[in-house]
Design a protein around this ligand. Structure first.
Ligand code: NAP
Length: 246
């Protein structure tokens, strides 16, 4: 379904981004897998994608850096000729109650989770608008919809992603470029591994489907949004949360 297309997935060395990169590759896309630190992990992802018979390029870039992202997008176009799908997935948490939150922890979460998505969208925009087609998929979170005590920085960034998604959808729609957000609930990755058991139990109590999410649950929706079948969907937020928020 995505044969001959090129997808850039940020934060694709682990977790949800890794699952998205693999899923898009299974659909036939060539994939740029971005990462910041995890060299060994990204090499594994590269091997798995190569085994699927598509092209893959790993690029180290800190998405909060405008120039890092500019170079990443330049390299991607040099290698593959175009970019058809951008998945703004990379993100971090630095949780803490507002009264104790350090300024640096607020700033770094906004810089990576929100400005990172801006940087990537900014640098692929000219390419997609010129080719009059493209898919931008932003990974938000249910925390951005409902708020979450202890996540003022993260929920602000994730709510910001939703506003950005809708604005980009309105700016780019007339050129055949769609922009949607996916809001995962509680997905089993490194990001959620360290939560205390008590918190995990409380979260489980709020999930009607009575299981935690898998990275693949998110990847399946992202892959659908990347295809032609999703051509008439833009500016939407799709929750992948087992019914947690409705
Ligand atoms: P994860 O397992 O912690 O993986 C994070 C990924 O982002 C890694 O590949 C990491 O690269 C990359 N990354 C972090 N900072 C970066 C930067 N400055 N530049 C480039 N890459 C960077 O996280 P995850 O759980 O898969 O989360 C993926 C996305 O889903 C995030 O946006 C997160 O907020 C969102 N989300 C997750 C959940 C959940 O329950 N897990 C729920 C809702 C939303 P390195 O490996 O090199 O560090």
């Amino acid at each position: 379904m995505l044969k001959g297309k090129t997808a850039v997935v940020t934060g694709a060395s682990r977790g949800i981004g890794r699952a998205i990169a693999l899923k898009l590759a299974k659909h036939g896309a060539n994939v740029v897998v971005n990462y910041r630190n995890s060299v060994d992990a990204v090499q594994e992802v590269v091997k798995e994608i190569e085994a699927l018979g598509v092209k893959v390029l790993a690029i180290q870039a800190d998405i909060s850096s405008y120039t890092d992202v500019e170079n990443m997008i330049k390299k991607s176009v040099e290698e593959f000729g175009s970019i058809d799908v951008l998945v703004n997935n990379a993100g971090i948490t630095k949780d803490g109650l507002l009264m104790r939150m350090k300024e640096a922890d607020f700033d770094s979460v906004i810089d990576i989770n929100l400005k990172g998505a801006f940087n990537c969208t900014r640098h692929v925009a000219a390419i997609m608008l010129k080719q009059r087609s493209g898919r931008i998929i932003n990974i938000s979170s249910v925390s951005g919809l409902t708020g979450n005590a202890g996540q003022v920085n993260y929920s602000a960034a994730k709510a910001g992603i939703i506003g950005m998604t809708k604005s980009v959808a309105k700016e780019f729609g007339s050129r055949g470029v769609t922009c949607n957000a996916v809001a995962p609930g509680y997905i089993q990755t490194d990001m959620t591994e360290d939560l205390p058991a008590k918190v995990k139990d409380t979260i489980m109590g709020t999930i009607p489907l009575k299981r935690l999410g898998r990275p693949e649950d998110v990847a399946n929706v992202v892959a659908f949004l990347a295809t032609d079948e999703a051509a008439y969907i833009t500016g939407q937020v799709i929750n992948v949360d087992g019914g947690m928020v409705m």
